[in-house]
Write a protein that binds this ligand. Sequence first.
Ligand code: AMP
Length: 198
Amino acid sequence: MEALTVIFIGPQGSGKGTQIDKVRSIISQLDNERKLLEIQTGRLFRAMTARADTFAKSKVTNTLSQGILQPDFLTFVLWGQEMLNELDPSSHLLIDGFPRTVSQAQVLDGAFTFFERSLIQVINLDTPEEIVRERMLGRARADDTPESIENRLRWYREDTLPVLEYYRQKDNVLVHDIDGSSSIESVHEQILTALKLK
Ligand code: AMP
């Protein structure tokens, strides 16, 4: 099995976290010799809010609760550091939470070249807004207020959907469109088929 590089893209509430957990356990079963690195920028931002008091901490805490995108440079620092610490060309790499803008995708291209990752696969969890809005209102995360939900849906539409179009134009990227509105198991099966893991 080749080292996989998989980017999960979908609006918040599309089930990315659940699906990544399931895919991670399948890959570990199929190829337990190889290291698997998973990077989630949302989790890295939430970890920042638990650190010592700094200007950056209070600013990030505040923007997180409003559901506003963090500036690109901060995301580069967070995922760049994880890659520098943990990544080599032979590891599997699962990515959740970035790129969320085309400018992030362009910087990530440079990281893929640096770490010698030639084939990139994108799982697009295509899920209608009414469904993700309902799912987010039903869970109890601190940033799931109605205002924050609308902010996140807006930047997903305006800044993140163009990332999918950016990737569709690239020869070394395969975009797999998955119907994120179906059941957890059915989405999981679609993902396994797309990634040829079954
Ligand atoms: P998530 O856990 O992926 O739903 O992300 C939670 C929050 O972290 C988002 O609402 C953003 O404020 C911030 N965030 C996560 N990833 C990024 C990113 N790639 N670019 C900018 N902000 C991000």
